[in-house]
Design a protein around this ligand. Structure first.
Ligand code: NAD
Length: 357
């Protein structure tokens, strides 16, 4: 039996999480696995109810379960709150720290049925399947920062901190993932300029001896940004630090065409955090227009990485592929001649195909 904490959050979060829950129930029916799911507040919804975007009760529930499924947080209603109470800063970063999820996995997959949705030419992206592994709890985002007044303006200092151990643990995850995929790992840094990148490269290189079956290469981040749009098919697993990973994972994601399709997993401590890569999409919230596939694919990642249920993960992924191949679409991925579905209808089709393969 596995315990899952559900954090639907704001905007379209509750709509897409509801569909993912239906898929988990269908996995339970087909594979006989038992899931206990408990819902808790996060983000603007939590602020409205309790005065804080990440209440203690939610933190406790996240620490006591096997995996967390998060929808999305934020929206215009909470944009003017003090920064520490805003849903993103007050809930997302502290939740990642709390769970010590130092490795963020973001796959960018171009489904055959959706090749035309990419802004790049079909021959450049057809068959794309890249996994970006981003270090999530160190680097520039967590280092000391200060701003001081100087004559004529300000002087700011941001600190980029990494230790050997921090680099090593996320790199191991990336090597292990590469091992399960096509055994190709590209580590991305800026070793020609940054001392942190030189240490990054040394640590990754020293680990390579333990994974002789994985082909390791290094690439400078500026070149990687260029190669991702020039020839993305050359990549399998991309490993990089926090800031570079933030940018490159969005860039890789965009190659696939729709943000509504992109899942993510954040791993490290005992509890995995799974969430779609998109935000709360206030512009379409409550209208049944949200694509639930990113959240459903996040559930597939949960089944694979936290529960070790690879067969169930494959069943969910296959159900998504089948729904797309049969022409079912939510508005964000709609093309002429296809069948337009609401959030709930898309969830229903994927549930049906997960149960009856
Ligand atoms: P967003 O991802 O919410 O939306 C960007 C665009 O993509 C919008 O046009 C939206 O309608 C569309 N979109 C997003 N998800 C979709 C889906 N599943 N199906 C169909 N279309 C989808 O980003 P934004 O507009 O920059 O941010 C909106 C709010 O979400 C802000 O408050 C932001 O801070 C927050 N946000 C939260 C997270 C998170 O919770 N992890 C991440 C990013 C942004």
């Amino acid at each position: 039996m596995y315990t899952i904490t559900l954090l639907p959050g704001d905007g379209i979060g509750p709509e897409v999480v509801a569909e993912a829950v239906k898929v988990l129930i269908s996995v339970s029916n087909r594979f006989g696995v038992k899931f206990t799911m408990n819902e808790h507040l996060i983000g603007g919804a939590a602020y409205d109810a309790t005065g804080h975007p990440l209440p203690q009760e939610t933190k406790d529930a996240c620490l006591q379960c096997d995996a967390v499924l998060l929808g999305a947080v934020g929206g215009p209603k909470w944009d003017n709150l003090p920064v520490e109470l805003r849903p993103e800063r007050g809930a997302l970063l502290p939740l990642r720290k709390l769970l010590e999820v130092y490795a963020n996995l973001r796959p960018a997959v171009v489904f055959k049925a959706l090749t035309a949705a990419s802004t790049l030419k079909p021959e450049v992206v057809s068959g794309l399947d890249v996994m970006v592994v981003r270090e999530l709890t160190g680097g520039l985002y967590f280092g000391d920062k200060k701003r001081e007044e100087i004559p004529g303006g300000y002087r700011v200092v941001e600190t980029l901190v990494y230790t050997t151990e921090e680099i090593e643990r996320v790199s191991r995850r990336a090597f292990e993932l590469a091992r399960q995929r096509s055994k190709k790992l590209t580590s991305v840094d800026k070793a020609n300029v940054l001392e942190s990148s030189r240490l990054w490269r040394e640590v990754v290189t020293s680990l390579a001896a333990e994974y002789p079956d994985v082909e390791l290469s290094h690439m400078l981040v500026d070149n990687c940004a260029m190669q991702l749009v020039r020839n993305p098919l050359q990549f399998d697993v991309l490993l990089t630090e926090n800031l570079f990973g933030d940018i490159l994972s969005d860039q890789a994601a965009q190659l696939t065409g729709s943000i509504g399709m992109l899942p993510s997993a954040s791993l490290g401590g005992g509890v995995g955090l799974y969430e779609p890569s998109h935000g709360s999409a206030p512009d379409i919230a409550g209208q049944g227009k949200a694509n639930p596939i990113a959240t459903i694919m996040s559930v597939a990642m949960m089944l694979r990485y936290t529960f070790g249920l690879a067969e169930a993960a494959v069943a969910v992924e296959a159900a998504v592929v089948r729904a797309l191949e049969e022409g079912y679409r939510t508005p964000d991925i709609m093309e002429e001649g296809k069948k337009l579905l609401s959030t709930r209808e898309m969830g229903d089709i994927i549930v049906r195909y997960t149960e009856n393969h």
